[in-house]
Design a protein around this ligand. Structure first.
Ligand code: GSH
Length: 215
């Protein structure tokens, strides 16, 4: 059955992998599932046709036959449940990998997104006052994560959907200088980015913004 996901027609980062369709693309590449992409303008994202798929008017969405999903974590979980390669077979190891998926999105991503939101606001004084507090929260989480990862390649044995989400979440810190304070986390992100499936997903997302315009 054909899989179609949605993505930005014009992305704030110009296709550097920060938009959350990257997670879905990467998961689909890891499991070897072909997919199509429907690009949306910011206007179209808030119109009824898209709101019927995504109640919050965002990307990504995922359609496969009569199944329509939203939320990148739920979509990656769906892909991982349906196809081999992103969740271990052993029931306990699988439950732990799913736990890491939630940890990435519920525990590590929120303070990182707080930093991005603070950057959008134009009140410089407010930003400067708030940034140290936000960065302290991020460093607390990264310190804990770094301690848990230690010298391992991945969070719990083999690469899993938990690592896929965690790497995309940590990538959001690129350019802040914070990730580099944790060499094992920097190396972890680099390992994720070195995976052939990641590279294919990245190239595909970037191509949306670099492809020559059609006549
Ligand atoms: N929790 C959602 C967040 C979705 C989200 O924030 N999407 C962004 C792109 S990465 C978006 O659509 N932003 C435009 C908007 O919210 O209007 C998920 O993981 O899918």
């Amino acid at each position: 059955m054909t899989i179609t996901i949605t993505a930005f027609e014009r992305s704030p980062d110009g296709g550097q992998g920060m938009a959350r369709d990257m997670r879905v693309r990467w998961a689909l590449e890891e499991v070897g599932q072909p997919y199509g992409v429907r690009l949306l303008s910011f206007k179209a994202m808030k119109e009824p046709a898209h709101l019927a798929l995504h109640p919050f008017g965002q990307i990504p969405t995922y359609q496969e036959g009569d199944l329509a999903l939203f939320e990148s974590g739920a979509i990656v979980f769906h892909i991982a449940e349906r196809h081999a390669g992103l969740l271990p077979d052993d029931a306990n190891a699988r439950a732990r990998a799913i736990t890491w998926m939630f940890a990435a999105l519920n525990t590590v991503e929120p303070p990182i997104v707080d930093r991005e939101v603070a950057e959008y606001l134009e009140d410089e004084t407010w930003y400067e006052q708030r940034l140290p507090f936000i960065d302290e929260r991020i460093r607390k989480r990264l310190g804990e994560l770094s301690g848990r990862l230690g010298n391992a390649d991945w969070l719990d044995g083999a690469f899993s959907a938990g690592d896929l989400l965690m790497v995309t979440v940590l990538r959001r810190l690129e350019g802040s200088g914070i990730l580099e304070e944790y060499p094992n986390l920097s190396a972890y992100v680099a390992r994720g980015k070195a995976r052939p499936a990641y590279k294919r997903a990245f190239v595909a997302q970037l191509a949306v913004f670099t492809a020559a315009p059609t006549a």
